[in-house]
Design a protein. Structure first.
Length: 93
């Protein structure tokens, strides 16, 4: 598997270039993933029923596994920089 794109991805990451990162990800994203599991009754049941078992987020051992990080400053700049998003005072009557 060719990995010459990884240093470029790292540079995009350091620079905060989300678009560059996503473009590289789209091009180099694998077509398939494999998960190796123990062969047991639960695994066989999932295969027979064509189902996928997934844990609830609360059951993960890493509290940051599904955390969402937002750049509030970037969001505010995007919303208010071009003047199309206007805040109007709320009328009580």
């Amino acid at each position: 598997m060719e990995k010459e794109w990884i240093p470029q991805y790292t540079e995009f990451l350091k620079a905060g270039d989300l678009e560059g990162m996503l473009d590289l990800k789209r091009v180099h994203f694998p077509e398939s993933f494999f998960k190796y599991r123990a062969m047991n009754d639960n695994t066989l049941d999932c295969l027979k029923k064509d189902r996928l078992w997934m844990s609830e987020v609360g059951g993960f051992n890493d509290p940051f596994e599904c955390s969402l990080l937002l750049d509030n400053e970037a969001i505010l700049k995007a919303l208010f920089s071009d003047g199309t998003f206007l805040v109007r005072p709320m009328s009580l009557f």
